[in-house]
Ligand binder design. Structure first.
Ligand SMILES: NC(=O)C1=CN([C@@H]2O[C@H](COP(=O)(O)OP(=O)(O)OC[C@H]3O[C@@H](n4cnc5c(N)ncnc54)[C@H](OP(=O)(O)O)[C@@H]3O)[C@@H](O)[C@H]2O)C=CC1
Ligand SMILES: N[C@@H](CC=O)C(=O)O
Length: 416
């Protein structure tokens, strides 16, 4: 007789994690993790438990896990059961420093003084930095990092890679795996971070740093791993691309930039979008990951879009052409050869410049919020990929994709 085998109930793997930076991307990541909790549990047997969350006001720590919903409510100003608060303004956005206050005043939350005493807040400026907290054994004892720990880093880009660079290095020191949206640390410290990850035997993934949700790095690194590249080209910055397209449609530079900021797509400092820096960082990260890690970010020549006027765009249009901010890595001598990719660095030219392209060119057709990449190689010929990214959700989803890759790589031990 046919018998049904007794169903095996998958045991949940709790993965402790930290989120540093709770802006457009960080909030989106929390939202996805919350919305997809059931899929994460049923399909992947995983539950992410945030024990540390940090914004510009400071760092919040609870070993029992922080309430993701409350963090989102605080950061988005959506409020949390406003009737249950006496005098908390639930319409405005609050820093993480107000987390404990909000919890203690929320009658519905029903938390005891003992629960509250298990939550610590370390204010920025007056206390330890997030990076220092990662090294502090009193705040984050060794068992926090046992059985795997993931740091999600989504703070703004700075020219020196900080504060992300120090946070990432210190977290690795404690054995944390790293998932970055912030390109600063990896663009500034590419080789150092790779070496440290190897020495500490942790995963360092940063797929979200290049074109958000478009898996450019995965395609280059995994899918095309056997290819010898001759050229890589791309439109890697949504904000500047949108501005150029909007100016072509008769709207102003200022209005287009404002729209990119409203959508949470522009950088915290949007100068980085329009002066070519963001594109240069993405090109450098892609090149270092896929071809050679022997160059530096300063080897990328760059210009921005600020010299492109409405008149120039009109003239180009009349000639059947389009201005695009193009990132390109071109091999100087296209002889091919069998050199190891690591030794190839000096044979390449990396640059970001405004190009005048025929209107039916692949990159010319990356319109509005689209970003695209072309890979040209010996084995695969020419390959074209593009994404239409109108909000930070795909970037956050790329962070989750990396986190799941890490969980798969490590075959995380299950525990309740
Ligand atoms: N937006 C996008 O579409 C994409 C963004 N990225 C990258 O992701 C990162 C985050 O971008 P985004 O979310 O848009 O930026 P936001 O400016 O929206 O958010 C930045 C967050 O970092 C916090 N922060 C600032 N300084 C510190 C600090 N010293 N310590 C801890 N937290 C700090 C801010 O705090 P507070 O909330 O208090 O201001 C805020 O929560 C950037 O590096 C960006 O380049 C990558 C791909 C796409
Ligand atoms: N500001 C960037 C998004 C993050 O990488 C862009 O406009 O493309």
């Amino acid at each position: 007789m046919f018998r049904l085998s007794s169903p095996t109930v998958p045991r949940e793997t709790v993965i402790r994690c930290a989120l540093v930076g709770v802006g457009s991307v960080g909030q989106s990541l929390l939202r996805i993790i919350k919305q997809r909790a059931q899929v994460l549990r049923e399909k992947h047997n995983i539950r992410y438990l945030f024990v540390l969350v940090s914004d510009s006001s400071g760092t919040l720590v609870s070993h029992h896990g922080l309430d993701v919903e409350r963090i989102l409510a605080l950061k988005t100003g959506t409020g949390f059961d406003s009737e249950n608060f006496d005098d908390f303004d639930t319409t405005s956005k609050h820093p993480l420093s107000t987390y404990k206050v909000s919890l203690s005043r929320d009658k519905k939350a029903n938390v005891s003084d003992r629960d509250l005493s298990q939550i610590w807040f370390y204010p920025a400026g007056t206390s330890q930095t997030t990076a220092e907290i990662f090294l502090n054994d009193q705040i984050l004892p060794a068992e926090t990092f046992r059985n795997n720990f993931i740091l999600f880093e989504a703070t703004p880009v700075n020219h020196d890679g900080e504060p992300g660079l120090s946070t990432v290095k210190n977290a690795m020191e404690r054995g944390a795996h790293i998932v970055l949206a912030n390109k600063g640390p990896i663009a500034v410290g590419f080789r150092e971070l790779q070496q440290k990850a190897k020495a500490k035997r942790v995963n360092l993934l940063y797929g979200a740093t290049v074109c958000g949700g478009l898996p450019v790095l995965n395609i280059g690194r995994y899918d095309l791993s056997m290819a010898q590249f001759t050229e890589i080209r791309g439109v890697f910055n949504s904000t500047s691309n949108f501005i150029l397209c909007e100016m072509g449609a008769g709207r102003t530079y200022e209005a287009a930039l404002k729209e990119a900021q409203r959508r949470g797509i522009a950088e915290t400092d949007p100068t980085l979008d329009v002066n070519g820096s963001d594109t240069a960082s993405k090109l450098y990260i892609l090149f270092s990951t896929v071809i050679s890690s022997h160059l530096s970010l300063s080897d990328v020549e760059k210009e921005g879009i600020t010299e492109i006027t409405k008149e120039k765009i009109e003239e180009a249009k009349a000639a059947g052409k389009v201005y695009k901010l193009v990132a390109s890595a071109v091999k100087r001598d296209n002889q091919g050869g069998e050199e190891k990719r690591e030794e190839e660095g000096d044979k390449w030219e990396l640059c970001v410049k405004v190009e005048l392209l025929p209107k039916d060119d692949f990159l010319a057709l990356c319109d509005g919020w689209q970003m695209g990449v072309e890979f040209h190689s010996d084995l695969f010929g020419s390959m074209y990929h593009k994404v239409d990214e109108r909000e930070p959700t795909p970037t956050a989803a790329a962070m989750l994709r990396d986190a799941l890759t890490i969980c798969g790589n490590n075959n995380f031990s299950r525990r309740d």
